[in-house]
Ligand binder design. Structure first.
Ligand code: DGY
Length: 314
């Protein structure tokens, strides 16, 4: 006798996540085509690779009980629309703070110390002898880091930066006095942070307030030796303004784990610049973190399907 399975929809769920879900679920591929046979059946949605879920899509899923997001950022889900329809939305906060902070440091070091261009050079025929005048980067140790968005991830970035003897400034809408006491980080207005920092790290969520937060005015305030790091979301930065600032060396470099759009069109001018390091949204892409993210995604899904409060509700 085969037991009934619970139909859920996901976008390209990997084998490890399917295995965690187990045989109790019928996993249907993402299909929001006008005559989709899937939407009328599914009771749960897993958003794995940031597919957009808005109120119009929710209205086409009459039995939807829960949206479980694999990841902490939910800017691709219309959360107020879900709330208005009584559909809980879950995410995976906390488990990815360390890995995303590690990646922030990876991009900081890579951009500052010419890791990517140096790698290309070291493989090329041009590398004929060691020349101490080549590839001189910016010293990370002892520099000033400005963190925009001192949340869970931002705090972990601050901890790592302190181990590099950096002075850490931060800008949040509200001061975090506990973090100031605990870490010695200093709250400054945004413009002050941009003026003083050698590295500006974006670790904030994407919201209407943070969309295009960094544009030509803000880039013009930065030091010509400064490096911008975006581990948040692409639309936090105006990419035309960023290209202009990098191309003219108004700022020294950028490390971008996220872009807008994502991926950038293959002929996007940013991809032609040597002073940019771009990674394909790898912030939380470590083995341990991914495993935990999947567990939390499954736990949220199961709770929502039972009508229980989600362990990690947005
Ligand atoms: C997040 O957690 O928001 C990451 O961007 C992965 O989705």
């Amino acid at each position: 006798m085969t037991l009934p399975t619970t139909p859920i929809m996901g976008d390209g769920l990997p084998p490890a996540l399917r295995e965690m879900l187990g045989p109790a679920f019928e996993i249907l591929e993402w299909d929001e085509s006008p005559d989709s046979p899937v939407l009328a059946r599914v009771v749960g949605i897993i958003t794995y690779g940031h597919p957009r879920v808005d109120g119009a899509l929710m209205d086409r899923v009459p039995h939807l009980k829960v949206i479980s997001n694999h990841g902490v950022g939910v800017d691709h889900i219309d959360v107020p629309a879900a709330k208005a329809r009584g559909i809980p939305v879950g995410n995976t906060p906390g488990c990815l703070d360390a890995s995303t902070a590690d990646m922030t440091m990876a991009l900081m070091l890579a951009t500052a110390r010419n890791v990517v261009v140096g790698d290309r050079f070291a493989r090329s025929a041009e590398f004929t002898h060691y020349d101490p005048s080549q590839w001189i980067g910016h010293e990370v140790s002892g520099s000033t880091l400005g963190i925009i968005g001192l949340g869970r991830i931002g705090r972990q970035v601050a901890r790592r930066a302190l181990a590099f003897d950096m002075k850490v400034l931060y800008h949040n809408r509200r001061r975090d006095e506990e973090a100031e006491r605990e870490l010695g980080v200093i709250h400054v207005p945004l413009d002050e942070l941009l003026r003083q920092s050698d590295f500006v790290s974006l670790n904030c969520p994407l919201t209407p307030e943070t969309t295009n937060l960094i544009g030509s005015r803000e880039l013009a305030l930065m030091k010509p030796t400064a490096i911008l790091l975006n581990l948040a979301r692409g639309p936090v930065v105006d990419h035309d303004a960023l290209f202009a600032a990098l191309d003219s060396r108004r700022i020294a470099a950028a490390g971008l784990d996220v872009t807008s759009p994502e991926p950038l069109p293959r002929d996007h001018p940013l991809l032609g610049l040597a002073n940019v390091v771009i990674t394909p949204h790898l912030g939380s892409a470590s083995d341990r973190t991914r495993h935990r993210m999947m567990q939390m995604t499954v736990e949220n899904l199961r709770a929502g399907l039972k009508g229980d409060p989600l362990p990690w509700a947005v």
